[in-house]
Design a protein around this ligand. Structure first.
Ligand SMILES: Cc1ncc(COP(=O)(O)O)c(C=O)c1O
Length: 562
């Protein structure tokens, strides 16, 4: 039986532990020291350090790791390593985390290179010139992949991820708008930025943290749950610093229509003289569209003069482990001098325009490794494979008759309609992505209306929870505001999700759904989402905070997807 919420497991353990209270906190070092001393005096036989492994130490049964305060004495690395490793077994398996866009696989050589360079800091430019060269090469390679134009000088940097990169892109747009307005003697106090309601939280964070009004445009089935070009024009005015356009919606994987929005902004400029730039959030798509046969289905990069900056997560489809993103401006003129700091540090002079000073350098090296190792054709193969597997999963789900896909990458190019009568005859003209709708290898699916009508007691969240018991992490969340009545399950198909895994996943989704149908009961609440963590319920001082788990969020940003 699960412990009720009012029971504190820490208190129970403290009360019921074998060792008297006075002994607790006495560290494993002391025990070891005593054993070694005893061995040295001839009293302990062979009981030296070498005979003890972590589970034979006091740690295994008598002492827990401290949770909220630093212990007075440390403990041997092997014991702490083992205890932490064991605790971390409670985490999900990264490769089965189908919720995440972030890569969970790198080859052994890449891992080795990363480990060899783990101690290098990106901020120490002078000390690590070879690493900085690799950084510059990555910027150049990515700028070329994104259609860098002749006569322009792209400039950019690695960041800790797309969030930081988006904030930099937003800040540059804000500053450029301010400088222009100041030069014209106009008010600069009311900047606004446009984005769809499907925007990832990083975009809304930019607006809130940097005091720009976020004009969040509702999405609809008609707009394919992404920024609706029809709504953009009416939200534009002279205070619009820019439009965030997302190449690969986090919710459904749809690419937002960059070219169409660019045309709308061209018309707006022709009418009003107000020049509104675009920042493309290519967190995932920035490393997919350049390689796939499908591309984005339209122009989206620096080929469009209005696209001033683009970000991407190196740690998503850049195929590097978490900790690296990129932002590139099409030309150095787009990066206001106001944002650039000249640093005289540790003997050299460097320009800095990132939010973080110290950042991991190993991931940048990892990025360069991947670009050199896979090359264009290698990246293309990875992306095409992921899309092919995502198409297969989509078709299989629709063929069950239980599910309908909200994502469209498995449908014939130009066809965005779900047709229940055709799910057994999928369009299979080609194994290449250009025969299908362009998008991220994301499968966003929902139980059909027919299924809900037949099985009103089965909640979609139960599918997610039962799959969790099989170790898959597949989130169930509502679509963005306006469409939130539709909940979707979402699978991000990554490089490491091979055909065998997809095959297995299809079988498991089917068996879980069938099990729910067979055991349909009015109350499936035991399978509703539940995530309990002692640490999360405590304040930073380790005292229990009754408000913590339900701290008022009226002023916060609620997001069911990440
Ligand atoms: C569209 C989009 N933008 C931004 C982000 C944030 O990226 P990061 O996690 O690299 O900061 C994400 C993350 O999933 C995303 O999907």
């Amino acid at each position: 039986m699960a412990l009720a919420k009012h029971i504190d497991a820490d208190e129970l353990v403290a009360k019921l532990h074998d060792a008297p209270h006075t002994q607790r906190g006495k560290h494993v070092h002391a025990a070891r020291a005593a054993r070694v001393a005893a061995a040295g005096s001839g009293g302990g036989g062979s009981q030296g350090d070498n005979d003890i492994h972590p589970y034979a130490s006091r740690y295994a049964s008598q002492q827990a790791l401290t949770k909220h305060r630093i212990p007075k004495d440390g403990a041997p690395a092997d014991a702490v390593h083992q205890m932490l490793k064991d605790e971390l077994d409670l985490d999900g398996r990264p490769n089965l985390n189908l919720a995440s866009f972030v890569g969970t696989y790198m080859e052994r050589e890449a891992e080795q290179l990363i480990i060899e360079n783990l101690s290098k800091n990106m901020s120490d430019c002078d000390e690590y010139p070879a690493m900085m060269d690799m950084h510059a090469r990555c910027v150049s390679i990515i700028a070329h992949l994104w259609g860098a134009q002749k006569g322009e000088t792209p400039i950019g940097t690695a960041t800790t991820g797309s969030s930081e990169a988006i904030h930099l892109g937003g800040l540059a747009m804000k500053r450029r708008w301010q400088e222009k307005r100041m030069a014209e003697g106009k008010d600069t106090t009311k900047p606004n930025i446009l984005m769809g309601a499907n925007a990832q939280v990083a975009l809304e964070k930019f607006a809130r943290y940097f005091e720009v009004e976020a004009r969040i445009l509702p999405v609809s089935e008609g707009s394919r749950y992404r920024l609706d070009p029809a709504l953009v024009r009416e939200q534009l005015d002279e205070n619009t610093i820019g439009v965030f356009v997302i190449l690969g919606s986090t919710y459904t994987g749809h690419y937002e229509p960059v070219e169409e929005i660019s045309r709308i902004l061209d018309d707006f400029e022709a009418e009003t003289g107000v020049d509104v730039p675009i920042h493309v959030d290519g967190a995932s798509g920035g490393f997919i569209a350049p390689f796939t046969y499908a591309g984005a289905g339209f122009k989206w990069n620096f080929e469009l003069p209005r696209v001033k900056s683009i970000n991407v997560s190196g740690h998503k489809f850049g195929l590097v482990y978490a900790g690296v993103g990129w932002i590139i401006w099409r030309d150095e003129s787009q990066l206001p001098k106001h944002l650039v700091f000249e640093l005289h540090y540790l003997g050299g002079t460097e320009e800095s325009y990132t939010l973080n000073f110290s950042r991991p350098g190993a991931q940048v090296i990892g990025q360069y490794f991947m670009l050199e190792h896979l090359g264009f054709n290698g990246y293309r193969a990875v992306m095409e494979n992921a899309l092919a597997n995502a198409r297969l999963l989509s078709r299989a789900l629709e063929a069950t008759g239980w599910y309908r896909c909200v994502s469209d990458i498995h449908r014939k190019k130009g066809d965005f309609a779900y047709d229940a009568t055709k799910v057994d005859t999928p369009f299979l003209a080609s194994e290449r992505s250009d025969a299908y709708n362009a998008g991220l290898p994301v499968v966003a699916f929902t139980l059909t209306d027919d299924f809900h009508a037949k099985h009103p007691n089965i909640k979609q969240a139960a599918i997610s929870n039962l799959l969790r018991a099989k170790q898959y992490i597949i989130p169930n969340y509502p679509l963005p505001p306006n469409e939130e009545k539709t909940e979707i399950l979402r699978v991000v198909v990554r490089e490491s999700h091979n055909l065998d895994l997809i095959d297995r996943l299809i079988a498991d989704i089917c068996s879980v759904t069938q099990a729910l149908i067979d055991n349909e009961v009015p109350d499936l609440s035991a399978w509703q989402p539940f995530s309990h963590s002692v640490e999360k319920e405590h304040q930073s001082l380790g005292q229990k905070d009754p408000r913590k788990a339900k701290r008022p969020m009226s002023e916060g940003i609620h997001r069911g997807v990440c």
